[in-house]
Design a protein around this ligand. Structure first.
Ligand code: GLC
Length: 543
């Protein structure tokens, strides 16, 4: 098998609790995923990244693992997991598991032991500081609220947690812990998994005394050892989640020599509707010109010396069509436009469940409808800080992680065909209009458009290795770029707004390439010199 098969692959992310329930308990499960493999095959994807399905008390929906070598009963059994890997393989789909290695659950056997006494062999698997109850080691704050430090009376020490109090940080300085992690990964590799997504991997080399969480001094040393001891023994896709990555660091992470990962998930583009120094909840419009510059930097910066992941969505982000498209009158057009802009670039595209249907934010109007720990925490903090209920709900409607976590909309049956029971989180009420059954039956649907894009990427090598050049850099409406190799050129041109946009840049390119062929287009009528709301095209021409 080619070591870098993942370069021309398209990955589909499943949030298992929201994908398909098979037993009526209201929570999606592995048998549900198996049932939907034909759907995924039809879409044309090559691999599925599963958010965590390990045993977990579910404080953070599985990102708090209490046994890395077992499946949580709400999702099924280890045998179901083996069946999923085997069934997916029959359809040429690989299964990518989510590895949460920065922290475990406080209910993991290691932590239960660790907190018994200072001389317990597992004590040093976690990060502890001496102190007195009520006198915190320092003022570092945890991601899901409160201090990073939690007192354990049994040992008279604080443990460190960057996320919730139920997610104690693992101590990567300890070689025995690292070895246990490697053994566990090799065990999964032996089961035939196709790769791993590494949760908040840039936070493993923490130095709490210096208040360092991201990009700690030993980070790349740890990652190289991890990669050498595990991933490099197979032909895996590995993708590190790295909120703190810049282009220089991403070159290390995705070094073509394979010493670290295949690629990283970095989020610089995602911040283009957030103002510097502000929180994501402080809403601000998208800055398109800056967004284009960010892509230019990453597309040119990693060319021939690294690899990009391409994504708009995941389980931590709101739905892109509601965020930067238009989820009302131009839902279909804008969903297709966003897909065109992204899939035209160099890198490995990730499609998050429901994105291929143009699923939208859910618009919950009451805090009781939300489930996410981050959302609950924000609600408490902003209430205490004096924000009004209406202001808080407005921010959540735009940015809560639950927007991406409502059940997959399969059909217009009750609960969108997701479950016969009561779903763990409400289904978006627009499922009668937006659902997979309807999309599959309509050749002009968002689904069919994604299918076509995936196909185009596979048929045309230039998507894989063409060099990227941004056009019309200062244009406030148009996102246009070319991809070029020795023989061919692609033009990707899109109107990112709901107003008609002057397409002079496209006209000029077409004049220079009179033989250009239209590969894909999100409107029926041929493109004119003005691009319609959210209109997008890809042309191909030979030099
Ligand atoms: C990552 C996950 C997120 C989780 C956090 C803590 O950012 O994507 O869902 O809450 O890590 O594990």
């Amino acid at each position: 098998m080619k070591k870098d098969w993942w370069k021309d692959a398209v990955i589909y992310q499943i949030y298992p609790r929201s994908f398909q329930d098979s037993n009526g308990d209201g929570v999606g499960d592995l048998q549900g995923i198996i049932k939907r493999l034909p759907y995924l095959e039809k879409l044309g994807i090559d691999a599925v990244w599963l958010s965590p399905v390990y045993r977990s008390p579910m404080d953070d929906n599985g990102y708090d693992i209490s046994d890395y070598q077992d499946i949580d009963p709400i999702f099924g059994t280890l045998a179901d997991m083996e069946e999923l890997i085997a069934e997916a393989k029959k359809r040429n789909i690989r299964i990518i598991m989510d590895l949460v290695l920065n922290h475990s659950s406080d209910e993991h056997r290691w932590f239960l032991e660790a907190k018994k006494s200072k001389d317990n062999p597992y004590h040093d698997y976690y990060v502890w500081r001496d102190g007195k109850e009520g006198e915190l080691p320092n003022d570092m704050k945890a991601c899901f609220g409160g201090s990073c430090w939690e007192w354990v009376p049994e040992v008279g020490q604080y443990y460190f947690h960057q996320f919730s109090v139920k997610q104690p940080d693992l101590n990567w300085e300890n070689p025995k812990l690292r070895q246990e992690i490697y053994n566990m990964i090799l065990w999964w590799m032996d089961k035939g998994v196709g790769g791993f997504r590494l949760d908040v991997i840039d936070q493993i080399a923490k130095e709490p005394d210096q208040k360092i969480t991201q990009n700690g001094p030993r980070l790349h040393e740890f990652i190289r050892e991890l990669s050498r001891e595990t991933f490099q023994k197979g032909a895996l896709i590995t993708v590190g989640e790295a909120w703190g990555a810049d282009v220089e660091r991403a070159k290390l992470y995705s070094n073509p020599d394979g010493s670290e990962f295949s690629m990283v998930f970095q989020f610089e583009h995602i911040h283009m509707d957030q103002l510097p120094g502000k929180e994501k909840w402080d809403l601000s419009p998208l800055r398109l010109v800056e967004l284009k510059q960010v892509y230019k930097k990453w597309q040119t910066g990693l060319y021939n010396c690294g690899w990009n992941s391409l994504f708009w969505n995941n389980h931590d982000l709101p739905r892109i069509v509601s965020r930067w498209g238009n989820d009302k009158e131009y839902r279909v057009e804008s969903a297709k436009m966003l897909a065109t802009v992204l899939h035209g670039m160099q890198g490995t595209p990730y499609i998050y469940e429901g994105e291929e249907l143009g699923m939208t934010n859910v618009g919950f109007t009451d805090i009781s409808q939300y489930r996410d720990i981050e959302t609950m925490n924000m609600y408490r903090e902003r209430k205490a800080a004096g924000y009004s209920e209406a202001e808080i709900l407005k921010s959540l409607q735009a940015k809560s992680r639950d927007n991406g976590r409502t059940p997959m909309q399969w059909s217009d049956e009750e609960n969108a065909g997701f479950t016969t029971g009561t779903p763990w989180i409400s289904v978006n009420s627009n499922y009668h209009e937006i659902n997979a059954e309807k999309e599959l039956a309509d050749p002009d649907s968002v689904f069919c458009y994604y299918q076509k894009l995936i196909h185009l990427r596979k048929e045309n090598r230039i998507f894989l290795d063409g060099a990227f050049t941004l056009l019309a850099e200062q244009d406030q409406q148009i996102f246009a770029y070319t991809r070029t190799d020795e023989t061919e050129e692609l033009l990707v041109c899109a109107n990112f707004t709901k107003d008609p946009a002057d397409a002079g840049v496209m006209e000029a390119w077409k004049q220079a390439h009179p033989d250009a062929e239209l590969l894909i287009h999100n409107y029926k009528e041929a493109p004119g010199s003005t691009l319609k709301p959210y209109e997008a095209v890809i042309y191909r021409a030979s030099h």
